[in-house]
Design a protein around this ligand. Structure first.
Ligand code: KG4
Ligand code: ZN
Length: 340
């Protein structure tokens, strides 16, 4: 019987987060310190500010995560940290902290791909998916479909050719003068709108492939705002959200069918969107497919998902070496410890 405690640290963007996770599944503590208030007046994340705020927050956040977990730091078996993709200045804060912390405790440390972390967030819930499954990872920087065959093995089936879905939410929110972050703002506004009033374009590209494009719908919203004298922001939000959700759900279900998989999953910040969650559940139900998604709290960036992923590398004997570095972008299909 193994008993592994991992401290997971995440600082890839605008959240300083730390968590203690037992055996890759049980969250013992999960602390997330958000910088939203700092960046929101600027309409987006300001990289230098983000790094400085991570510097301020990292030690107290880690301290709180360890104390809330009820363990002593000497009981930790490893430290895991996001290695990329993300803002390099932000990543370096968590990365250097994690490495120094691990060296001081004389335990291994693991640099983890943020996207792999999001996928492994599914295993922190009560109803994890069975392998193999098809996952839609939809966040501020990525819109990817994967065929997932194990905790650490994935086939990239499709990705966005331009904007990520979360990025489109953020940009549309900005166009409407609603600020950052856009996802939850658009979702809340859309609840009061009519999704069928304005029909924005759906870019299915090749319907049999799994690539995405969201720059067209974003441009169409902008044109609508510029040319329409009557601006019903709720209807614009609802129409835009529906256009994005239509494409995401269609491609995810189609990918599952191509792979003859009966299990699908959502992960990443945009997976918190309740319209997307409802729609995927409905479309999957019609097709006899089971759906798995993290709770909203675990959709956004957190340290628990990084620790959960690291567990599977650690038990396979993989740890980071002292010369590993952070990376800002994931090269296609490159995952895991030791690759950049
Ligand atoms: O995974 P995440 O926290 O960070 C990245 O890895 O990018 O995702 C952040 C993205 C942002 O673009 C944010 O607007 C979007 O997720 N998001 C949402 C919702 N909550 C967060 N998008 C749509 N609806 C939401 N409820
Ligand atoms: Zn993320």
């Amino acid at each position: 019987m193994i008993f592994v405690l991992i401290l997971g640290i995440e600082t890839s963007c605008d959240e300083t987060a730390a968590s203690v996770v037992y055996n890759g599944t049980q969250i013992m503590s999960n602390v997330v310190s958000s910088q939203i208030k700092i960046h929101s007046p600027f309409g987006g994340v300001v990289p230098e500010l983000a790094s400085r705020k991570h510097m301020e927050a990292i030690a107290p956040v880690v301290k709180e995560a360890i104390s809330a977990s009820g363990i002593d730091k000497e009981q930790l078996d490893a430290v895991a940290v996001t290695r990329g993709p993300g803002l390099v200045g932000s990543l370096l804060v968590g990365f250097c902290f994690a490495r120094a912390f691990a060296i001081a405790l004389d335990i291994p440390w693991l640099g983890i791909d943020h996207l792999e972390g999001h996928i492994n967030s599914l295993f922190l819930e009560n109803n994890p998916p069975l392998f193999p499954f098809v996952a839609l990872l939809v966040s501020g920087g990525h819109t990817n479909i994967y065929y997932v065959t194990s905790h650490i093995e994935y086939e990239l089936m499709g990705q966005t050719r331009d904007d990520a879905a979360g990025e489109a939410f953020d940009k549309v929110s900005k166009m409407l003068g609603l600020g950052y972050p856009g996802g939850i703002t658009i979702e809340n506004l859309a609840k009061a709108g009519n999704k069928d009033k304005i029909s924005f374009p759906r870019a299915y590209l090749d319907k049999d492939r799994f690539d995405f494009s969201f720059s067209g719908v974003k441009t169409a919203v902008n044109r609508h705002i510029q040319t329409c004298s009557e601006k019903h922001v709720e209807d614009i939000a609802a129409g835009f959200q529906e256009a994005v959700v239509d494409v995401l759900s269609y491609k995810l279900i189609k990918a599952a069918m191509v792979k003859k998989s009966r299990h699908i999953a959502l992960a990443g910040g945009v997976a918190a969107n309740s319209r997307l969650r409802d729609r995927v559940r409905k479309d999957a139900g019609v097709n006899g497919i089971s759906v798995h998604m993290p709770s909203s709290k675990l959709c956004g960036d957190n340290g628990a998902m990084i620790a959960a992923c690291a567990f599977h590398y650690l038990v396979n004997g993989k740890i980071s070496s002292v010369d590993d570095d952070v990376f800002s972008r994931s090269p296609l299909k490159t995952f895991g410890v030791g690759q950049s």
